[in-house]
Design a protein around this ligand. Structure first.
Ligand code: 8YV
Length: 326
């Protein structure tokens, strides 16, 4: 039909996304294009929606400006630092992400990574598989979660879900974010450095992007101190990676558990070579069920929009209905 919207899919042609869009829209899969440039040039004048299937796919203003009829960018993932949402907002394009459906999954993984790192659980598993249990007892973990204070950096929806779990574990929780969060009873630190001084464990779960780039720097790591454990569940960009590598090598902090990296899937060899830290391949939300719920929300935002309804989960930079220009 003439009013079927034409939608560009960037990234993997995941079944939930493809199968969800095809009933109401005409889907163009960039991944299947032999000549991506010619492919885009051909469809650009007709594209009204973009679906992004994976957060690694960057979408800047220069790219979006190639689509004069673009109305909505429906992006997979709660983090959308890969989309220039400010530019989109200024150009009347709505950006949506996939919040909430992954909160509990990512919080579960955060606790898993925290315990793995503190109690050296992956190392213990490697030890058993190497047959060493037969030869000698297992060495005790240097650290324990008991008596620790966890400073959560970022008290959004996932930060709160992590806090609830830590409370149940009987662990003290404090937090730092740009502003104190209403309804949150944990001690608030306006300054990250002050919190890093007072705690021995940092759990990083803030959005990525320019505002948080290298927030966890050499100074913060020094303040965290020799018993310090850093867990990064956010974005690689939030941590000054070379400074972290140095702090780990010099034992300025004790250990780190990292789910995210600056240039993933490339992980610096200095980190790979350090046996005492724990590295995950960005799997915070990566269960089949949660990823499917995220895929479905990518579809549902487009479906709502193209049936004349408000988008379900617009990002703050592109509120709906749009704010009047001053
Ligand atoms: C993504 C994430 O699944 O939601 C986010 O912001 O980081 C993950 O849940 C991952 O980035 C893969 O795209």
């Amino acid at each position: 039909a003439a009013d079927r919207p034409e939608i560009l899919l960037i990234g993997m042609a995941k079944p939930t996304i493809v199968g969800g869009i095809e009933p109401f829209g005409t889907l163009h899969k960039l991944i299947e294009a032999k000549d991506p440039e010619a492919f885009i040039a051909d469809i650009a004048p007709r594209i009204r929606g973009v679906a992004i299937a994976y957060t690694a796919n960057k979408l800047d203003g220069a790219f979006m400006s190639r689509f004069p009829k673009l109305e909505i960018v429906s992006s997979f993932g709660v983090g959308y630092d890969h989309v220039d949402a400010k530019w989109a907002g200024e150009h009347g394009i709505v950006v949506t992400n996939t919040p909430d459906v992954l909160n509990e999954e990512v919080a579960d993984t955060a606790i898993g990574l925290l315990l793995s790192t503190i109690r050296e659980l992956p190392q213990a598993e490697r030890y058993l598989r190497a047959g060493k249990w037969l030869e000698q007892g297992y060495p005790l973990s240097k650290a324990t979660l008991r008596e620790r204070t966890v400073g959560i950096v970022g008290m959004g929806r996932i930060g709160k879900a992590i806090g609830r779990r830590l409370e149940a574990f009987g662990v003290d929780v404090v937090y730092h974010s740009r502003n104190p969060q209403p309804g949150v009873s944990y001690k608030y630190y306006p300054k990250l450095l002050d919190m890093a001084h007072d705690v021995d464990t940092l759990m990083v779960i803030v959005p990525g992007g320019a505002a948080t780039k290298n927030l966890i720097n050499a100074e913060v790591l020094k303040a965290l101190g020799p018993d310090g454990i850093l867990i990064n569940m956010a974005r690689g960009s939030v941590v000054d990676e070379p400074a972290l590598i140095k702090a780990l090598q010099d034992r300025t902090i004790m250990s780190a558990g990292l789910d995210v990296f600056v240039n993933e899937p490339h992980v610096p060899k200095e980190l790979i070579e350090m046996e005492h830290i724990v590295l995950f391949p960005h799997l915070g939300s990566a269960s089949a069920a949660t990823r499917k719920a995220m895929d479905q929300l990518v579809v549902d935002n487009l479906q709502a929009w193209f049936s004349g309804k408000p988008p379900l989960t617009p990002v703050p930079e592109t509120p709906y209905p749009p704010k009047k220009q001053a």
